[in-house]
Write a protein that binds this ligand. Sequence first.
Ligand SMILES: C[S@@+](CC[C@H](N)C(=O)[O-])C[C@H]1O[C@@H](n2cnc3c(N)ncnc32)[C@H](O)[C@@H]1O
Length: 208
Amino acid sequence: MGFLSVLSFAHAIVRDRVRPGDIAVDATMGNGHDTLFLAGLAGDGGHVYAFDIQETALANTAERLASSGIPSSRYTLLLSDHAEMAQRLPAAAVGGVAAVMFNLGYLPGADHSVITRTPSTLRALDAALAVLRPGGAATVVVYPGHAGGADEAAAVEAWAAALDPSRYQAMVYRFVNQRNAPPYVIAVEKRKSSFIIHTSNKGERNDV
Ligand SMILES: C[S@@+](CC[C@H](N)C(=O)[O-])C[C@H]1O[C@@H](n2cnc3c(N)ncnc32)[C@H](O)[C@@H]1O
């Protein structure tokens, strides 16, 4: 099997978890590619909540969804900071979300100074973990190549690395020999049940 691109890898993680009837979140709507992808997976009985702080993103996404024949009953486009995710979702959805997708950075074709910022990104990631259901996953595509992007990517990686391993699995999918600081994926799965990790004095690990 050939290696998946970073975007295909994020999609594979999400495709594995979002079933017809599910709720999913696009935390960075942009031009709506991921919103459309999630709406396709969640189907008629499901719902996608999508966030962006730019009107242009909502307009472009609405157009993309409409031209793809997705009924408006299947999605909600929110002009809101994704850090407000837990408050903006209906209370019944909190703890029931199958997947949350983040694609950090700026909106291609728009003002490049409107960009995700580390403090609200980290708050949004905490919120994403709160809204996920057990077995659900958050994917984050980070872009270390633009100004501020490397610091944001490092902060997201540090945030993921510090998560309690009995409650979450966190990983990085990254090509290490490409040029020009290419994007990579940080993904977190909320475990279905928490467990205790015992490490023997030989350093062997036993998951209970
Ligand atoms: C790389 S683009 C997303 C691309 C998108 N996935 C697509 O399919 O086109 C990043 C988006 O994040 C948005 N953004 C920046 N800060 C945000 C925030 N605090 N909350 C929500 N969206 C934000 C930007 O406006 C931009 O549209």
